[in-house]
Design a protein around this ligand. Structure first.
Ligand SMILES: [Zn+2]
Length: 258
C-alpha cells in the first residue's frame, strides 16, 4: 500500500469536498483489497449508485467509504439520513464501512479501517438534532456512527497511525467474527454487548464475577430480561466456541487477540 494520494487526479476539481472525494476514492481503488476474501482490487460503483461506493468482483461484498482530514479516527463518523440508515440496518442492506483519515498537509493516509457490516446494529447509530428551520433542508435528521459502541474486534485497521497492517492479519480478524452474520436482533445485541464488556476490562484475563459486574447496566438495556447472569454465561460460551476467549479454569477466562 502506498500511503500517498495521487494528487494529479484532483487537478480538474476546485471545491475542497470534491478534491477530497476524488483523492480518497482513487486511493481506495488503487490501494485497497477486499478484507473478506483477499481479492487484490476493489471495483468502483457508478457515482449515481446510492447503496455503496465499491464492490468486490470475487465475493460481491460491498463497501462504503467515509473519510475525514486529521490524524485521529475519533469516536464519531458523520453519516447520512438517520431513518435511511436504520432501515438499511434492519433490512440487512447496509454495506461494510471503510473509514479513512488523511493528513492534508502532505496528502497522506494515516488511518484506514474497516467495520464489517455484521457489527451494525441500531444502537451504534446516533440520531442528530434536526436541521434548524432556517437551513436549506430544514428538519432533516442526520446520524453519526458511534465507533465507541463497536467492540474492538469490529474495528479492523488496514493502516493504523501510518503503519500498514499485514493483509493476513486483517483477513483473519475479519474471518474471526464472521459468525455474527448469522445473528439477528437481540441475539446479536447480546453478543456485541458482552464483547464490549470484555473490552472494558483492562486485563487479558478476567473472571465471571468481573463480567457479572456489568449486570445492572445490561439490565437497563434489557429491562424485561430477568436472567441477565444466564444470558452473560451463554454469550461467554458462544465467544469461547468461536475462539474469541479461552476458558482457563472454573469462572476464569482469557481474551484471545485476533
Ligand atoms: Zn472479496
Amino acid at each position: 500500500m502506498n500511503l500517498c494520494f495521487d494528487i494529479k487526479k484532483a487537478k480538474n476539481y476546485k471545491s475542497n469536498s470534491q478534491i477530497a472525494r476524488v483523492l480518497t476514492e482513487t486511493w481506495v481503488k488503487e490501494n485497497s483489497y477486499c478484507p473478506n476474501c483477499g481479492e487484490n482490487h476493489l471495483n468502483e460503483f457508478d457515482n449515481n449508485m446510492p447503496v455503496a461506493d465499491f464492490y468486490c468482483k470475487t465475493c460481491s461484498e460491498q463497501y462504503e467509504l467515509k473519510s475525514k482530514k486529521g490524524n485521529s479516527v475519533g469516536n464519531k463518523i458523520v453519516d447520512g439520513a438517520y431513518s435511511t440508515m436504520i432501515s438499511r440496518i434492519n433490512s440487512d442492506e447496509n454495506p461494510n464501512f471503510f473509514f479513512l483519515t488523511y493528513n492534508k498537509s502532505n496528502w497522506e493516509v494515516n488511518n484506514f479501517l474497516i467495520i464489517p457490516k455484521h457489527y451494525f446494529i441500531p444502537s451504534i447509530i446516533e440520531e442528530r438534532k434536526p436541521l434548524s428551520p432556517n437551513a436549506r433542508r430544514a428538519g432533516w435528521i442526520g446520524c453519526n456512527i458511534d465507533l465507541s459502541r463497536i467492540p474492538e474486534n469490529g474495528r479492523i485497521f488496514l493502516i493504523k497511525d501510518s503503519k500498514v497492517i499485514s493483509k493476513k492479519n486483517v483477513c483473519s480478524k475479519w474471518k474471526g467474527t464472521e459468525f455474527l452474520k448469522t445473528k439477528r436482533g437481540d441475539s446479536k445485541g447480546w453478543i456485541l454487548d458482552i464483547m464490549n464488556c470484555i473490552d472494558l476490562i483492562n486485563n487479558d484475563t478476567f473472571s465471571l464475577n468481573e463480567i457479572y459486574s456489568f449486570e445492572s447496566i445490561l439490565k437497563k438495556k434489557y429491562p424485561n430480561n430477568n436472567f441477565i447472569k444466564d444470558k452473560i454465561r451463554q454469550q461467554l460460551q458462544t465467544l469461547r466456541d468461536k475462539g474469541l476467549i479461552e476458558f482457563k479454569s472454573r469462572g476464569n477466562y482469557k481474551k484471545i487477540i485476533l
